[in-house]
Design a protein around this ligand. Sequence first.
Ligand code: CUA
Length: 334
Amino acid sequence: MRLIPMCNFTPAPGSRLLLLTLLAGCEGQQSALNPAGVGAQSIATLFWWMGGGALLIWAVVMGIALYATQAHPEAHGIRSARWLILGGGIIFPVVVLTALLIYGLTLMPKLSSSENVALRIAVSGEQWWWRVRYRTEAGDEVELANEIRLPVGERVAFSLTSPDVIHSFWIPSLGGKVDMIPGRTNVLVLEPTETGTFRGACAEYCGTSHALMNFVVQVMSREAFDRWLAEQAEPARSPTTDLQQSGQRAFLSNGCGACHQVRGTEADGTVGPDLTHVGSRLSLAAGTLPSDVDAFERWIGHSSAIKPDVKMPAFGMLPGAQLNAIAHYLSGLR
Ligand code: CUA
């Protein structure tokens, strides 16, 4: 008999791709199996226990099934067959499932308790972006969009709601997901344990552009976080270059301020995202574009091509120079 050396095993291109995709799913900024928070750690532990247990039980069942194909029926009495059915079919599943249920339930109070919460953030899921509200130490409310920054090692309570349809708030690297339901406020407590940049997503189908509704989560030291929040609470910077100034004029004269707020200017709309410090954000259009002048220009000119059914109309009819100036103005709002 010739043994096939395992190290020479080359998966077919299709299965190699599948294998790579599966392994890649465990890494990165948006993986529940690469935890950087207390909740995500418990969930990952539960997953590995359940995955390992399922594999073990599968192997035993397969072993018994294989044995059954080989064994002679008369070698076993009716009594032992009954015991196998009673033990393997009733007692064993009841014991295993009860133990799993108890373990799962004991995790829950720890994950949802809002004791020792250092920070409260209100997040509203909207079609198709995230409205984020912080409160400063001075009691001022600061509204941002599509970006959440958190101090490392502190418990944060998120108040989650929605004005339109059901969304689901999920930062896989930090913890579990919670639905955002119109007319209700759900609370999720997260505690990041590592600094870094992570990605959050909507985990409930909420319309055409559900998959284009993401956000960036940055976990930082307490000092860096305080500095960042104090900067976000400031009114918008005045445009400095000629191009930015003409961009600001075009922004205001084309009615952008009816939907968007830029604190410190006459733009005070509340329908769309607050743009006071939009240039400082790590992404544009809810995680769909990078944050640079080109992306701003593309987004304003072709919003509905980038995000189908988006409420913001495309301003492709504006002269190219005006679009470019607005992009420079917004990108300068740091
Ligand atoms: Cu919001 Cu899916």
